[in-house]
Ligand binder design. Structure first.
Ligand code: ZN
Length: 410
């Protein structure tokens, strides 16, 4: 299946090679193109009829992203390559269908080999009829070595669980990455792949990233994913009822998961290791497993946790911080790993101070005269280095730019 997206004078090809035949509906084009269109302020015109249910959800999907953009992500969309890109309300033009023949009898679950995937597949083992593994989302298409390993894993897991596997290879990210970061786009991208198979599945599960306790704006979200559903196929965001620690405890009881768990993010994995064992995702999962008392059972991650490495783990956004917090809470409740709890807390502190520094810099730049702000920042950074708690407390008490200005005496 291939599509050409015309944007101004440019034509961008997007293709999906699939191991299973795709349906005739073109609904997959909407989740594929809507966010890039919003990020570029483009009028979106679809070439054929799309589901009436999906089309009627477009205003709400746009409202969600527009508000997340303005109120949560600020001026810069997360990971967007174009500085200052914003989600804009756009016009979407399409004819609709509402009647179709019978719905597909199957239920699919996206499967990457990670904690969320294993949790959803194992929890819904009796209901799920197929697994879908996508090449080109978490591993670049150009990384043949890692893709071969991951594909082998997916086939073996599917065989062990007795489920047919559908493999999809797509260059979708070569299109989307030029407009929007993966963090915001991933739910739409998964929904787009799911909607290729409406003739087979009346339900497609997207394993959740975060629990109900951490529902900050994120591209795959229980509020958002179901909005990509059609009359034929319900898209479900699955697994919010469990924290990552609880999910790991659940899957650690299953031998297949402990034999094949694959969590390492392929875009940063320089050595093509199945799991590198030292990136944030690997470390976070090792801590999850330790908290569940199951690290030694996992055959795909190292069993020794170096506390210094954990303390220096690089948390890069609120998603990483949320997972670290879950780990810290679990370790504190457990009470038997005080050193590990301290190391996780230290990594979180580093992240929070980094975030605070970014906020502080933005505030000072916005409210302090151009000639003065560098001098003011030098003083504040010195304070941050030697008296971080006092500075954070003082800053939190301020609240308004006027009070900040007075506090800075400028
Ligand atoms: Zn890793």
């Amino acid at each position: 299946m291939s599509a050409s997206i015309t944007l101004g004078n440019e034509v961008r090809p997007v293709s999906f090679e699939t191991s299973e035949s795709v349906g005739k509906e073109v609904d997959f084009l909407l989740p594929l193109a809507l966010l890039p269109a919003m990020a570029t302020g483009s009028h979106l015109k679809l070439p054929a009829r799309i589901s009436s249910q999906l089309f009627s959800a477009v205003p709400r999907i746009q409202d969600v992203f527009r508000l997340w953009g303005t109120e949560h992500w600020g001026a810069a969309l997360p990971g967007a390559p174009v500085p200052g890109a914003k989600f804009q309300q756009i016009h979407v033009d399409s004819e609709v269908w509402s009647e179709r023949d019978e719905r597909g009898s199957g239920v699919a679950c996206f499967f990457s080999g990670g904690v969320d995937s294993f949790y959803s597949v194992l929890k819904h083992h009796d209901e799920v009829t197929h697994l879908i593994f996508v090449h080109g989302f978490d591993i670049p298409l150009t990384n043949g070595v890692l893709r071969t390993q991951a594909s082998h894993m997916a086939r073996e897991v599917a065989r062990e669980l007795g489920k047919p596997l559908i493999e999809v290879e797509t260059n979708l990210r070569s299109f989307s990455d030029t407009f929007i970061g993966w963090g915001a786009y991933q739910g739409g991208a998964l929904a787009s792949v799911g909607l290729l198979f409406q003739h087979l599945f009346h339900k497609v599960l997207i394993p959740s990233s975060h629990s109900y306790a951490d529902l900050f704006p994120w591209g795959s979200h229980p509020l958002l994913d179901p909005l990509w559903s059609t009359e034929l196929t319900r898209i479900e965001h699955d697994g919010c009822e469990a924290t990552r620690v609880e999910k790991v405890a659940y899957i650690s009881r299953h031998e297949t998961a402990m034999k094949w768990l694959r969590v390492c993010w392929g875009w940063n994995n320089k050595n093509n290791a199945y799991n590198c064992g030292h990136c944030e995702k690997c470390l976070r999962t090792m801590v999850n497993l330790r908290a569940a008392g199951a690290l030694e059972r996992c055959k795909t991650l190292p069993h020794n946790l170096d506390l210094r490495v954990v303390a220096n783990m690089n948390l890069s956004d609120e998603s990483d911080e949320a997972f670290a917090r879950e780990n810290l809470n679990a370790l504190e409740r457990l009470g038997t790993e005080p050193g590990l709890a301290l190391a996780v807390a230290e990594a979180m502190n580093k992240y929070r101070l980094g975030e605070f520094k970014t906020q502080l810099t933005l505030q000072v730049r916005a409210h302090v005269d151009k000639r003065e702000w560098k001098r003011v920042m030098r003083g504040l950074l010195m304070l941050l280095r030697y008296h971080p708690r006092a500075l954070v407390r003082a800053y939190q008490k301020l609240g308004s730019p006027m009070r900040l200005r007075r506090w800075l005496r400028v």
